[in-house]
Design a protein around this ligand. Structure first.
Ligand code: T1G
Length: 689
């Protein structure tokens, strides 16, 4: 049964029991309504305690039902039945009470939270608004200002923060026992039902602040704005009219493109696990050796230690070891400053990372992760030494972001135990982890990569070996097309502006300035010997580096950074670009923001389609996760593959064919797009799932 009722004296305990997260699906709604009806008829009952079975109160409405027509009983009706039941219902919040779970708690007359409970209305993160009374009850409980802080940002509060704003009444180790004690002791006390409270006092300033905050933090997203509209309604309308508008808004947004995209990413993140095709158990790993204590190596070592691994970090000499120690120390110092841990814990943890010079007395680690300089010669030497220094069962991983893992594996006697673990900087924060499968990588090695990724709470994505794996390969094509647009008539800041308008976190040129133009310069030089002579080449970025304009670290790149501050457009750059166009005999033309967005998104989609077609990625949703989590693709567009499905393969092919007429090399349509256009298929179902 999705809802259990137990009786304790003159109190009934109603438990939502729908593993794994007590999602409020149809069975739960029907069970709760039946419980209200049954218990309401029992004149001997003093109170009802609503709680969740297991560690979660209720994760909210079952988001898997959002693609099907709503089925009664609807959650707002269940909430109202609870609120107007003859006996008071008390929410004993034993764990996460999110979305509809929080709304059920708001329908109760009192809310008692466990010390580790969390409570909030994260609906906007799924592209919808609260749809069971949250926008009308919450402001009536905590006031408009707090509701404007919680709902439009999809906030989830810890118990103490929830109590501070009045969202919960009490905190207890055992909220059910606390509720029982209150009933037994005749100490139940609560205000009027929230649905019976008058409209909330208006606060125009708070509404304006919420709108500007949403415009900044949730740029491009519809749900936050509409949530603010509904909260404003709560100051103008009675409860019932407010509820009607909330329901209408929820049902409208639920079917919208943004909600579908956000649901796609939500479920794709949870589907990012070891593929069933990898039928092997991981090598047991307690100790990990990290090679290289630079930014990446220190971040990886820190993340491993915090996940419970014993870590030895290897550097080449005493000076480098000291620098590595300082890098690791900075991460722990930052953790203390952020309140993630106390100083003594930070000291203890840092002491658990051993920093050594050389490979002589390494521990018998089950895994090594190399995060050294991006040079194939350096990596080959390191892997040769690891091969000798570590037990034969140890898995050897490289964090390289584009070098050939097959070549690295060939420098060992155990290529079947070599793979790529491509972390994204900062390695202890970014959740994306590309697990790179070389030709000889065994299932055991891959299973170990996924197991370590899971323990690090990363989002693991399996990638094949190619230049740039999944993310960097798409990034290369995206930047190449941006350079073509710049040469043909646009300018870096116009391209950046167009792509920020599309929803990218930052434009391609501002990103390069932050990471440094010298990195991609080195990649282009590395690729030069094998570059297709028939492929158009834009030399502007090379000239930038050769003239010392390597980005923010040099105070000048695509933008100027006067005094090391923010990016400022540099008119001199327009002269440089115009001059290069002249040298290349290019007649520059007006290029609209729409054309910029279309060309750059289609360049990413075409490359992503090839990556899927080549088997470098297993499924389209993996590519979406890589681009959303690693490259700032807007989450509310679902990633390039999901976005491509909103356009359709046939329409995409038509557009690419038009570009192909101007440049048949750069714009060769991916065979996957040609096939899907012919078959009417979707990217979501393509690939080697
Ligand atoms: N609907 C359906 N499935 C859900 C779900 C949900 N709301 N939440 C989790 N799952 C699945 C998830 O896909 C995974 O499935 C399994 O549960 C474990 O999830 C009317 C409209 C609660 C903090 O946004 O934040 O209520 O992979 O790995 O790490 O106003 O799940 O096992 O097949 O995340 O322990 C609003 C979403 C909904 C909360 C637990 N609620 N969930 O984290 O487990 S809209 C949310 C979470 C709504 C009302 C509106 C987390 C969690 P599988 P998990 P976890």
């Amino acid at each position: 049964m999705a809802v259990q009722i137990t009786r304790k004296g003159d109190v009934a305990i109603v438990s939502i029991d729908n593993p794994p997260v007590n999602a409020i699906g149809h069975a739960v709604r029907a069970g709760l309504l039946e419980a209200v009806e049954t218990l309401s008829a029992d004149g001997t009952l003093k109170a009802v305690v609503l709680t969740g079975a297991g560690k979660i109160f209720a994760a909210g409405a079952d988001a898997r039902e959002f693609d099907t027509p709503p089925e009664s009983p609807h959650l707002p009706d269940v909430a109202l039945a609870i609120e107007t039941a003859p006996q008071p219902w008390i929410a004993a919040i034993n764990g996460a009470a999110l979305g509809g779970g929080c709304e059920l708690a708001l329908a109760c007359r009192m809310r008692i939270a466990g010390t580790n409970a969390t409570i909030g209305l994260p609906e906007v993160t799924l592209g919808v608004v609260p749809g069971a009374g949250g926008t009308q009850r919450l402001p009536r409980l905590v006031g408009l200002k707090s509701a404007l802080d919680i709902i439009p940002q999809g906030k989830v509060l810890k118990a103490d923060a929830a109590k501070a704003v009045g969202l919960i009444d009490r905190i207890a180790d055992d909220p059910v026992a606390e509720a029982m004690a209150l009933v037994d002791g005749g100490k139940l006390g609560f205000g009027a039902r929230l649905s019976e409270r008058a409209a909330v006092e208006a606060d125009a300033t708070a509404v304006l602040d919420a709108r500007s905050r949403a415009a900044k933090r949730m740029r491009g997203q519809i749900a936050p704005e509409r949530a603010i509209d509904l909260l404003e309604r709560a100051t103008q309308e009675d409860f019932d009219r407010g509820m009607a508008q909330e329901r209408e808004t929820f049902l409208e947004l639920r079917q919208g493109e943004q909600a579908k995209a956000l649901r796609h990413i939500f479920f794709a993140e949870r589907g990012a696990k070891k593929p069933d095709s990898i039928a092997a158990e991981p090598v047991p790993v307690d100790t990990v050796v990290v090679i290289g204590g630079g930014t990446m190596g220190a971040g990886i070592a820190y993340a491993l230690e915090r996940a419970g691994y014993t870590v030895t970090l290897v550097e080449t000499d005493e000076g480098a070891r000291e620098r590595a120690e300082a890098n690791v120390g900075r991460l722990f110092k930052d953790a203390v400053k952020r309140g993630l841990m106390a100083q003594e814990e930070a000291d203890e943890r840092q002491a658990r990372i051993t920093l050594v010079v050389g490979y002589d007395d390494l521990p018998p680690a089950g895994l090594a992760i190399e995060a050294a300089f991006e040079s194939i010669e350096v990596k080959r030497e390191i892997f040769g030494k690891l091969d000798e220094a570590l037990p034969k069962h140890a898995i050897l991983a490289t964090n390289t972001s584009y070098l050939d893992v097959n070549e690295i594996a060939a420098s060992t006697s155990r290529p079947e135990r070599v793979l790529g673990l491509h972390f994204f900087s900062p390695a202890h924060i970014m959740k994306l982890l590309e697990i790179v499968r070389a030709d000889k990588t065994s299932h055991e090695a891959l299973a170990t990569g996924f197991a370590v990724g899971a323990k690090l709470k990363k989002i693991p994505v399996l990638a094949g070996v190619c230049d740039g794996f999944i993310g960097n390969r798409i990034l290369f094509r995206y930047r190449e097309e941006a350079d073509v647009l710049m040469m043909d008539g646009s300018l870096p800041w116009l391209i950046d502006e167009a792509m920020v308008e599309f929803g990218m976190a930052m434009g391609p040129y501002e990103v390069q300035d932050l990471s440094g133009l010298d990195i991609s310069y080195a990649q282009r030089k590395r690729r030069a010997p094998t570059r297709d002579p028939n492929r158009r080449y834009i030399p502007i970025a090379d000239r930038m580096v050769e003239e010392g304009r390597i980005g923010k670290k040099a105070s000048v790149g695509w933008y100027r950074y006067p005094g090391g501050g923010g990016a400022v457009v540099d008119p001199l750059l327009e002269d440089l670009i115009t001059e290069e166009a002249h040298f290349a005999k290019v007649t520059r033309r007006e290029i609209s923001p729409d054309e910029i967005r279309e060309r750059l998104t289609l360049a990413m989609i075409n490359e992503a389609a090839d990556i899927l077609n080549d088997g470098i990625a297993q499924k389209a949703s993996d590519i979406d996760l890589v681009m959303v989590h690693g490259y700032g693709f807007p989450r509310w567009r679902g990633g390039p593959m999901h976005y491509a499905d909103t356009i359709g393969a046939a329409a995409i092919l038509d557009k690419i064919r038009a570009f192909e007429r101007d440049d048949p090399v750069m714009w060769r349509p991916s065979p996957l797009i040609v096939n899907l256009a012919a078959s009417g298929g979707r990217f979501a179902n393509a690939g080697q799932v």
